[in-house]
Design a binder for this molecule. Sequence first.
Ligand code: G1P
Ligand code: ZN
Length: 539
Amino acid sequence: MIKTISTTPYTDQKMGTAGLRRKSKVVMQPNYVENFMQSIFNVIGNLNGKTFVVGGDGRFYNDIAIQKIIKMSAANGVSHLIIGQNGFMSTPAGSNIILKNKADGGFILSASHNPGGPNADFGIKYSNHTGGQIPSSVSDAIYQQTTKISEYKICDIPDINLSQIGHQEICGMSIDIIDPVEDYVQMMEEIFDFASIKKLFQSGFTMRFDAMNAVTGPYAQRIFEEILGAPKGSVVNYKPLPDFGGLHPDPNMVYAKELVDFMFSDNAADFGAANDGDGDRNMILGKKFFVTPSDSLAILTDNYKYIPAYKDGIYGVAKSAATSTAVEKVAQAHNIGYYEVPTGWKYFVNLMDSKRITFCGEESFGTGSAHIREKDGIWAVLFWLNIIAATNKSVEDITTEFWQKYGRNYYVRFDFEGVDTTVADKLMENIENKLPSLKGYSQEGFTVSEAFPFVYNDPVDFSSTKNGLVVKFTDGSRIVYRLSGTGSSGATIRVYLERYSLSDIKQDPLKMLTEIFKIAMSISEIPERTGKHQADVVT
Ligand code: G1P
Ligand code: ZN
């Protein structure tokens, strides 16, 4: 039943910030998934005795791609697959299943927060035994394979029924279909104080969780409604749909509009949250109040002692370079380790494995801890609920008290989307060439203190990664420029702006960043080079 099929390479199978992400129509081309998967298997080598975890966020093509992956795994000699029922599994749940079963890796079929459907995006994320996505050295080797692939192996059998939990054997490989929610719930129960969160809901506390018609619906209903007792209906858009019901499943102020409108209305719940397509991103809202992800990381870190799993102490904390420096002050105050890494969760993995950090986060609505090796949307929501239950304070009070203690890092990200890749590359090159001469440059009353490309030297594997260009000002304000690595077409220029104030904590972030925005535009020449005077998305 095992067939070897000849194929020809595709030239565009290089992974980005988080796996391979392409338009669905690109992925649907003949042998596209097959070439990519065979390249991974070729790089791993001997698959005999190996176990992998497979699942996805349920988006369009999840069901087709997963069958290909199962049949190819069997044909390539994989011994065992652990698969989420109906092919579903969130990214954080997948990381947990890899670690819990000491599996050799896993495949999550998702383009994360990108829209899904025949005219939208699909993706494949590959993790290794760490439970985290593979380092660049491995993805580079896989890319090399994709450029010379000439054949793939597949087991020629009918599609496998993924709806029944239990064990099966196909082509000499064993398969376990599992409930993708169960182990995840158990892990959350071990980390957080469920009893006190339950009491919070019993006292009449209200929440709205928007699953954005993506993978976290079943997780959220089980945890928030069934176990913790939030009123039925607290979880909305809970049914995972192949096109996310037309939603762009990115939990931010722009795309989670339904939730944002509700939380800024007079009927708002006490607490609001949303997750992205595959459940690793989170947005936190209070009544008429939004918590910037960079602040959320800092606030969670500052309040670690309220959480049973962390109360005895944490190792340290890390953030991506583009994330605001709010958490740096918390790390100093608690005298714990502090690290800055390139954008992408994979850069946190070595720091967690070597016990240098417990918490980590990115400005892009990602927060997590060493309980797994991916960011974790529901974990962040439970962390906030646990702090609220322990302190009896609102989201706004917790955040305001945090600013009173540490000052406020006003922070906004501006995305310029759909830019021609050549224009974008030239634009970045131009900024980089300017950096050495920027020191001392003054505009709008701000003076550049330092300007440099961000380079990360991993203390564990000694790899060196360059990602983003940083301009710092004498008052602590910062601009970071980088190109997105998760888009499926064209280039997105991301401009991250930050300004710190110790005592002026109640201003509008956009207003506080007006001057820095002007400076960022003149240094980068974005308006002149792209024709865009305003960003397409502001978060
Ligand atoms: C984006 C975010 C980054 C995150 C990644 C995957 O990558 O900026 O923080 O890790 O998605 O969720 P980018 O498109 O900027 O390369
Ligand atoms: Zn995601």
